[in-house]
Design a protein around this ligand. Sequence first.
Ligand SMILES: C[S@@+](CC[C@H](N)C(=O)[O-])C[C@H]1O[C@@H](n2cnc3c(N)ncnc32)[C@H](O)[C@@H]1O
Length: 277
Amino acid sequence: MTEAPDPTARVAGLFDALSTTYDAVGVDFFAPIADGLVGAMPPRPGERWLDVGCGRGAVLLPAAVGVGPSGRATGIDISSGMVEQARRLAAERGLDNVEVAVGDAQDPQVDGPVDVVASSLVLFFLPDPVAALRSWLSLLTPGGRLGVATFGPVDPRWDDVDDVFTPHLPPRLTDARTTGKDGPFGSDAGMERLVHDAGYGDVRTVTLELPVRFADAEQWHSFTWSIGQRAMWLAVPEQERADVRAEAERRIAAYADPDGSVTFTQVVRYTLASRSS
Ligand SMILES: C[S@@+](CC[C@H](N)C(=O)[O-])C[C@H]1O[C@@H](n2cnc3c(N)ncnc32)[C@H](O)[C@@H]1O
């Protein structure tokens, strides 16, 4: 399969392909990260929330519960597969104050204003993050809140496992958590500057250290195919994937507990801000 030349179309295709397994392989990852974001700026009854790059609704659905029947939670995502999953889960939970649509986070076309813009693990996929943050600001009411989750420093043991992909990766893919070792996604200060430069006030950071447990190497393997890291597998020639997997399993075994499980730490950075006027 040839890759779409446009980066946004490429990301949409990637997430469409994994939308049915995303956050569904038994690893507690996206939900606790989203819960941390929602908990850092608790929803108030009656608020309007916009979840940008909502995926299957890790932020959107708890936000909808928090704002209650008099509030509204809107999610947009570039992947129609993700939008379909979010709609299905909202319906399963009986949430009728949720709406989900296909849309580009770079410049969401939604009816504003909203009280809160939330975005979990999305900003680093966008071609121009500061322009995106500016477009979100224009949707916020004065005093409205922004919360963005990105990844903090990597666990060196997890990094060692992910390093099995490195020889096969193009430069744009060399970081499994898409943090970027340099640039805005490499530090709290870098993210705060990015948000400040986009025009927000009261910018600050809250950090979560999340233990991420894989029952065994098999679950690690399923997880990697179910998230954005799938792009790394696709960069490995098919005939070499078994060797890459075997090397990853060898490294995981070195870090495993006696029961065969392995627990890495994921640091999550929440950059919080508000619209001053
Ligand atoms: C790592 S997932 C996070 C999903 C969700 N926020 C969560 O926490 O589970 C990244 C999401 O961003 C979406 N995305 C990436 N680029 C986008 C864009 N330009 N516009 C809208 N959504 C985008 C992807 O389709 C995917 O659903």
